[in-house]
Design a protein around this ligand. Structure first.
Ligand code: SF4
Length: 282
């Protein structure tokens, strides 16, 4: 739900919480906490559900990310509220996902992204970004802390033309993969969102190609895309992709929409810790 002043009003976690919230439904499978510094995104993904979910005109949404008025002050007040409840400083649920209403590394001015990360970290929270901005994230790399934060990318294909068709203004797949690799080299926890699945073979190819520098995969299906949703054999996809993950030994989570196809007792942790353990010096 979106409020009259343009803020999401999902479930507050601590009394009075305002712009750091607990996402529901499909989004809730991505993160226990989230915040949305912008509204709108210029990546123009054909499958983007945000305009529908937030009742924003798609043309306006696609014109680019707009920073929300008064957001940073509200964020600072929220971090104090979370601190008062002990959700900070390494608490298991203190990582905040940026963002469900835009891309944190969109094509416009990213000053707000930097300020959001700074305020969250100064308030004792950890951060996780999910992006299709690829190497646009690199100037921010030094802000990420291996023992607290995470960097993630959405990948739907390895094919540039396919990506241009579905995500016309996002960074190309190789660029996103290069960013993942750079964050991994810097010791940051990395993960990949394989959702929406537009091409079942591509998802498997992505895992095979990126597994040496990706710590975790979140795997979903395509919803609301009539042709793909209807014609894909989701049972077969689930079995094939889980077989591959098991064979390669990669950490993964199968999202709720596909769980009906998992064998009974299949290990499927919703909340994998998205940070690296503290190194103990000898
Ligand atoms: S990057 Fe995300 S928010 Fe932006 S248009 Fe694509 S799906 Fe929507």
């Amino acid at each position: 739900m979106i409020t009259a002043d343009g803020y999401f009003a999902d479930q507050p976690v601590v009394p009075g919480a305002d712009v750091i919230y607990r996402p529901k439904g499909n989004a809730g499978e991505y993160a226990p906490l989230a915040t949305n510094p912008y509204v709108g995104c210029g990546h123009g993904c054909k499958y983007c559900y945000v305009p529908n979910a937030t009742h924003i005109d798609r043309k306006r949404f696609n014109e680019g990310a707009v920073p929300r008025d008064g957001y940073i002050d509200r964020l600072a007040r929220d971090t104090a509220r979370y601190r008062a409840h002990g959700i900070c400083d390494g608490h298991a649920a203190d990582q905040v996902f940026i963002t469900f209403s835009s891309d944190p590394f969109h094509l416009g001015d990213l000053t707000r992204t930097r300020a959001t990360i700074n305020v969250l970290q100064a308030g004792g929270m950890a951060v996780c970004t999910l992006s299709k901005g690829g190497l646009r994230a690199l100037p921010f790399l030094n802000l990420y802390r291996p023992e607290r934060d995470a960097y993630a990318a959405t990948l739907t294909t390895l094919d540039d033309d396919f990506s241009r068709k579905w995500e016309p203004f996002a960074a190309l797949p190789r660029d996103r993969i290069a960013a993942l690799s750079r964050f991994h080299e810097a010791g940051i926890f990395t993960w990949v969102s394989l959702e929406p699945t537009l091409d079942v073979q591509a998802s498997r190819d992505i895992i095979a190609e990126t597994r040496s520098f990706v710590n975790h995969y979140k795997i979903g299906r395509a919803n609301y895309l009539k042709e793909i949703t209807r014609t894909t054999d989701w049972r077969d996809y689930t079995l094939r992709v889980t077989d591959l993950c098991m064979a390669l030994g990669v950490s993964h989570y199968i999202k709720r929409d596909l769980q009906q196809f998992l064998p009974p007792g299949y290990p499927n942790d919703l909340r994998v810790v998205q940070r690296h353990p503290k190194r103990v010096s000898a």
